[in-house]
Ligand binder design. Structure first.
Ligand SMILES: NC(=O)c1ccc[n+]([C@@H]2O[C@H](COP(=O)([O-])OP(=O)(O)OC[C@H]3O[C@@H](n4cnc5c(N)ncnc54)[C@H](OP(=O)(O)O)[C@@H]3O)[C@@H](O)[C@H]2O)c1
Length: 334
């Protein structure tokens, strides 16, 4: 068996390129006591991976020579733990590689729901982040207006569809006319505005005639600044991520903070999806219901081949993807 890893060759100072990564051959260690040998099936491509290269976040910073960390879905090949056996499907923190040995206590067994890609998208981190951030933090009420940025992306496409299923008016923000039309026509949002359009504020104002009650922020920066002007009194701003700030040096934070939070009595709250782990089963049940009755379309963007993980991440940061981007490293278990 051949094992490859994709490691960080050099940390980016500004825009991420393929030169920041190197593919290398690696040994496959034999699993020790309590350890498990895993074959990678799918790697989640997450915007946050770029933020890990900027320094410590909710996880340690990564540095040159490190195999690139990720969240992955794998098949158990060999197990020295009572909890797992060959053929089990597990998710875990992992690295960009074909094979890895990890302690059993770091693995979570997942149900064999096919297609397995759904365990990465709607029933994975993306769907759960959307559900917990919107329902647990934003707490929209039917009839309210929900605005979401990176609306065509993994988290954003589920946020909007969940809000719609909850009876809200839903407005997206995305990059480019084609993506905006897709968000409206294919995902069923009430409107979608292009953040690259210099007239974004006017467009958003027209799309949200009753103001915004919940803004789900995936991007921060200029878009957050604009959204704050449209918030209604006692509105909720869900801080999920800051993708506009990850792939460049220096930040451009909103200039109307904390002024508008005070004047409009806003609640602005950040969260990490794992904060809501105790609600995961409820989230999965709700998502399964909406998927099975057609209220949520599962949008996935699968890139083939471990060697293409750097390009997949770079492309995600440039807005290439619609829905949940992931890399297929190997076939689904039989
Ligand atoms: N809090 C948590 O627990 C948690 C968990 C998972 C993800 N997140 C966060 O959720 C956000 C979305 O992540 P994701 O993995 O679902 O990625 P994604 O939305 O599938 O992909 C990122 C999208 O961001 C948009 N984008 C890129 N640069 C931008 C910019 N400068 N301004 C505005 N939009 C830009 C691009 O779409 P366009 O074509 O529209 O530009 C791109 O498709 C990220 O901020 C991530 O860090 C948070």
């Amino acid at each position: 068996m051949k094992n490859r890893q994709v490691a960080i060759a050099e940390l980016p100072k500004e825009r991420l390129t393929e030169a920041h990564f190197a593919v290398r051959d690696a040994d496959i260690p034999a699993p020790g006591k309590g350890e498990v040998l895993l074959r990678t099936v799918l790697i989640s491509i997450d915007a946050a991976a770029r933020a890990w290269m900027q320094g410590a976040t909710y996880r340690d910073a990564v540095g040159p020579g490190d195999a690139m960390p990720c969240f992955a879905l794998s098949e158990v090949m060999e197990s020295n733990s009572d909890r797992f056996q060959a053929g089990d499907i597990v998710t875990s923190e992992n690295v960009w590689c074909d094979y890895n040995v990890l302690p059993a206590k770091k693995l979570t067994k997942v149900p064999d729901i096919r297609p397995l890609t759904h365990m990465m998208s709607v029933y994975g981190v993306a769907g759960r982040t959307a559900f917990h951030g919107l329902v647990g933090v934003g707490r929209p009420i039917a009839g309210e207006t929900v605005l979401v940025s990176a609306a065509a992306g993994a988290v954003g496409c589920f946020v909007g569809q969940i809000a719609k299923a909850m009876g809200c008016r839903v407005v997206g923000i995305a990059g480019g006319a084609e993506k905006c039309a897709w968000v409206k026509d294919d995902l069923g949002f009430d409107a979608c505005v292009d953040y690259r359009d210099p007239g974004m504020f006017k467009e958003l104002k027209a799309a949200c005639p009753d103001g915004v009650d919940v803004y789900f922020d995936n991007v921060s920066g200029q878009v957050l600044e604009t959204a704050l002007f449209l918030m209604n009194e006692r509105g909720r701003v869900v801080c999920c991520g800051a993708i506009s700030q990850y792939d460049k040096a220096g930040g451009t934070g909103p200039r109307n903070l904390p002024g508008l939070v005070v004047v409009k009595r806003l609640r602005m709250e950040g969260f990490i999806v794992s904060d809501f782990a105790r609600e995961d089963a409820a989230a999965t049940r709700a998502l399964q219901t909406w998927v099975s009755n057609g209220q949520i379309k599962v949008i996935e963007d699968v890139v083939e081949g471990l060697e293409n993980t750097p390009a997949a991440l770079i492309g995600l940061l440039a807005g290439e993807n619609k829905g949940k981007r992931m890399v297929r490293v190997g076939p689904d278990p039989a």
